[in-house]
Design a binder for this molecule. Structure first.
Ligand code: TYM
Length: 334
């Protein structure tokens, strides 16, 4: 079976970008008989942003509840928390020792942090932790520890998957064929979901629509999306329109064609936003309801996560690490 793996960093409240970019496609794929799926909460990655411990814990609960509310079945999918798999941290070190520093220098997140320092007149590495720099190696460990074939992600993560291939390949070259080289899978019609201000919807930009937003909040947020001042009756461009892009991520292709025509016919922004609101609400109302029920019982979620970690370690991670330790020479002396 094809192995599909993806994770979400536990650094905030899950939003519609996570839902359309990761959760929704991953849950759909997990229902196929020819697929074995691995979905997890990237809590070690969340430490890079140095948040409050309470926030990390709360976000872990919210993201777990979102996966389950979106239809993930923990009886059929490997569902776990990254920090419950110590083999990931162990593999992280083995990969650190083969990862080229020059490749890590080119990682987008690190480069953006350096560029910001330069723009602010600081030294290149001011306030940049080794954790941020090493982020792609930890992510490679997440993927390679289960020898994933496909990794469904938003476009922002593609470079990281390419790095995982590179590190896996180097390890294989040095020690033998232990790793399968993973491929990124991107939902073409959503790619990057815009946020309220038109930039990528992201926890760091404070422009998100939470997946658990109530109907009222959802409506308020959608009506706050920034639009140009073209009047009703004037033809509107679909290219570059955030309202259109959001609509497209939730609509069928027939509905999208109809909206494209409505734009050409000069639909008013109020009407377009009302249709967008109804479309999104129709899809997420049941998710929201299940989410509220699940989040009321953190103990049940905790048990599911622990159970998932224990089973997936025994099935894959522990035996693989034994082989890898042997491969690199961390061996019994007798
Ligand atoms: P994270 O937590 O930033 O995002 C989780 C997933 O949501 C996608 N995503 C989006 N997709 C479309 N439009 C958006 N506006 C949007 N915002 C977020 C992301 O592309 C991602 O798929 N490093 C990863 C987590 C991670 C991981 C992994 C993923 C850790 N280890 C191994 C895959 C495999 C991250 O921070 O994603």
């Amino acid at each position: 079976r094809t192995r599909v793996l993806t994770g979400i960093t536990t650094s905030g409240t899950p939003h519609l970008g996570n839902y359309v970019g990761a959760i929704r496609p991953a849950v759909a794929v997990s229902q196929r008989a020819d697929v074995e799926s691995f979905y997890f909460l990237a809590d070690l990655h969340s430490l890079i942003k140095l948040q409050s411990p309470e926030r990390v814990q709360r976000s872990t609960l919210e993201i777990a509840a979102s996966w389950l509310a979106a239809g993930l079945d923990p009886g059929k999918v490997w569902f776990y928390r990254q920090s419950d798999i110590p083999e990931i941290a162990q593999l992280n070190w083995l990969l650190t020792c083969v990862a080229g520093k020059g490749i890590l220098n080119r990682a987008h997140a690190y480069k953006a942090a350096v560029d910001k320092n330069r723009a602010d007149g600081e030294d290149d590495d001011t306030a940049i932790t080794a954790g941020l720099f090493m982020y792609p190696v930890l992510m490679a460990a997440d993927i390679l520890v289960f020898n994933a074939d496909k990794v469904p992600v938003g476009r922002d993560q593609v470079q990281h998957i390419e790095m995982a291939r590179d590190f896996g390949q180097r390890f294989n070259h040095l020690f033998g064929e232990y790793f399968n080289l993973p491929e990124a899978v991107i939902e073409e019609h959503v790619a990057t979901l815009p946020g309220l201000d038109g930039r990528k919807m992201s926890k760091s930009y404070d422009n998100v629509i939470p997946l658990s937003a109530s109907r009222e909040q959802l409506k308020k947020l959608i009506f706050s999306i920034v639009t140009d001042s073209r009047a009703p009756g004037e033809a509107k461009e679909v290219d570059g329109s955030h309202v259109f892009q959001l609509y497209q991520a939730f609509a069928s292709s027939g509905e999208t064609d109809a909206m494209r025509q409505a734009f050409a016919d000069g639909i008013g922004w109020g009407d377009a936003k009302q249709q967008l609101f109804e479309r999104i609400d129709a899809e997420i109302a049941p998710v929201r309801e299940r989410y509220q029920a699940l989040i009321a019982h953190p103990q049940r979620i905790e048990e599911q996560l622990r159970d998932g970690a224990q089973r997936v370690r025994a099935a894959y991670a522990t035996p693989l690490l034994e082989r890898l330790r042997d491969a690199v020479g961390l061996r019994d002396l007798s």
